[in-house]
Design a protein around this ligand. Structure first.
Ligand code: GLU
Length: 502
């Protein structure tokens, strides 16, 4: 029988200081996959103890990005849960209580060093010198009587080493003296990240900490804190950083241009950029973990079944963005046309000046969607391929009437083609794709014109463009009257143009 893993409790613990990045989304995705793989819980916890860097728009952006990818959390700030609240600024009392406990038990102490004194040390490039670690009760009382503000500092062990075991990196060992009594509680009573993260991971019964490798230097301190409290530490999994597309450095936190192409780290840019959540899911799951060398496309259920934190690679890799576009095209092709129609609605509505509600039920879009499904990689590719069908005939203006002339045809011959086309469109019964096609083909033959040259002027007449979805289907989308009106307008435009050539 295969091992049944114990249900894991994993948390994504972003600080609401900016907008959700692909790196953060990948961390959340691994959290989610592991929670689902083990039948455990995925928890969203907001680490907003740094009030100076707080960005009020950040939380909404984070939640929107996670939900877009389909990473619903089992417990979190908006939905609550058995360990609520899930926002650290609402858990202030707990941290104060635990800081006091550490002080009372000799693992922490109040430090009254002033900002000026600390500045002096910094100016001389010196770390904090533990000066208040061994104050006598009288000295402490004197500082208190003075009304000096104080912080709580961790009394890190002064001998020995601490080892953190990382599931994918092995043991990370440091000399305990390298941890110089960091601040746990600030003078305003708010915790620092280090205290809050350890207290919350314990109280919320987190079993695995998945986070970026930039947190490796903090891990020994966290382990020391778990030890000081006498709590078992969760498993640590420090995920590899994501590199810039150039592969040269860590992915930038802003939009950057690499080889003339803009890359964005912001998840919201991929949402507006026409990417599908399934494609992004597939893409990010393979960043640091690998589904399988020879299966590029996999479902969420398949990924859940295989995912295990121990298979994550610690090696940093660059995001292969061209793969993302390819995947997106593949996922678009896999969709049912009705599903793609609905996915296109939010992208097309503003481009076509229509309401989303109307477009969701629009017959023209329903007919056009399967025609463009093979040709688009991004949902944003659709607008320029279908907009012609939503414009009134007079808005198709043929700014370059020479496009109405078929290959190897003269202007006069092209006018004859358009006249023949108008005749067919006016008379054909039924007005259906197969009937139109048969009639156009036999008329081309009768006029001894190659089919391609024959259809070109008609295509431009109907759509205003030399490249379009299949022509007879396009005419069918417009209907007889509208198709006829366009061919007539095109005949006029070409007629006027031909006069200038004579
Ligand atoms: N709040 C930290 C961050 O924003 C999370 C670190 C952790 O997961 O322990 O990156």
């Amino acid at each position: 029988m295969a091992d049944t893993p114990a249900p894991a409790r994993v948390r994504f613990a972003p600080s609401p200081t900016g907008f959700l990045h692909l790196g953060g989304l990948r961390t959340a995705l691994f959290d989610w996959l592991f929670a689902h793989h083990t039948g455990g819980q995925f928890i969203l916890r907001i680490e907003d103890t740094d009030q100076k860097r707080y960005n009020p728009e950040s939380l909404q952006d984070l939640m929107r990005g996670l939900r877009w990818l389909g990473l619903e959390w089992d417990e979190g700030p908006d939905i609550g849960g058995p360990y609520a609240p899930y926002i650290q600024s609402e858990r202030k009392e707990a941290y104060g209580k635990y800081a006091d406990w550490l002080v009372e038990n000799g693992h922490a102490y109040r430090c009254y060093t002033t900002a000026e004194e600390l500045e002096e040390l910094r100016a001389r490039n010196l770390p904090y010198d533990r000066r208040h670690r061994t104050l006598t009760p009288e000295q402490r009382a004197a500082f208190e009587a003075e009304g000096r503000p104080s912080v709580v500092r961790f009394a890190a062990p002064l001998t020995g080493t601490t080892t953190v075991h990382d599931v994918i990196r092995g043991d990370i060992t440091v000399e305990n003296t390298s941890v110089v009594d960091p601040v746990l509680l600030k003078s305003d009573g708010l915790p620092t990240y280090h205290l809050a993260v350890v207290v919350d991971d314990h109280l919320m019964e987190i079993t695995h900490i998945l986070r970026g490798e930039e947190w490796i230097p903090s891990a020994p301190l966290h382990k020391m804190l778990f030890d000081a409290f006498g709590w078992p530490a969760p498993e640590f999994v420090h995920l590899p950083v994501i590199l810039d597309p150039s592969g040269k450095g860590k992915m930038s936190k802003r939009r950057t241009v690499v080889d003339g192409k803009e890359f964005s780290p912001f998840v919201s840019d991929y949402v507006t950029g026409g990417y599908l959540p399934d494609a992004m899911f597939n893409f990010l799951a393979n960043m640091g973990w690998s589904f399988d060398g020879d299966q590029e496309i996999f479902t969420r259920a398949e990924a859940i079944a295989r995912f295990d934190v121990k298979d994550i690679s610690p090696k940093a890799t660059a995001l292969p963005f061209s793969k993302l576009d390819w995947l997106n095209g593949m996922y678009i092709r896999q969709m049912a046309p009705s599903e793609l129609h609905q996915a296109l609605v939010p992208y097309l509505a503003p481009a076509l000046g229509m309401s989303e509600g109307d477009l969701a039920h629009d017959r023209r879009l329903a007919e056009l969607t399967p025609l463009i499904q093979e040709r688009i990689k991004l949902l944003t590719d659709a607008a320029p391929m279908v907009d012609w069908a939503f414009l009134p005939a007079e808005a198709i203006t043929y700014p370059d009437p020479a496009q109405l002339i078929g290959k190897k045809l003269s202007a006069a011959e092209s006018l004859d083609v358009l006249a023949a086309g108008a005749e067919i469109v006016a008379d054909i019964e039924p007005f259906e794709v197969a009937a139109l096609e048969a009639a156009f083909r036999s008329r081309a033959e009768a006029m001894a014109i190659k089919v391609g040259s024959f259809l070109a002027p008609v295509r431009v007449a109907i759509t205003g463009r030399p490249v379009s979805p299949p022509l007879f289907e396009s005419m069918h989308v417009l209907g007889r009257e509208e198709s006829l009106a366009r061919i007539d307008n095109a005949r006029q435009a070409l007629h006027d143009y031909a006069a200038t050539l004579a």
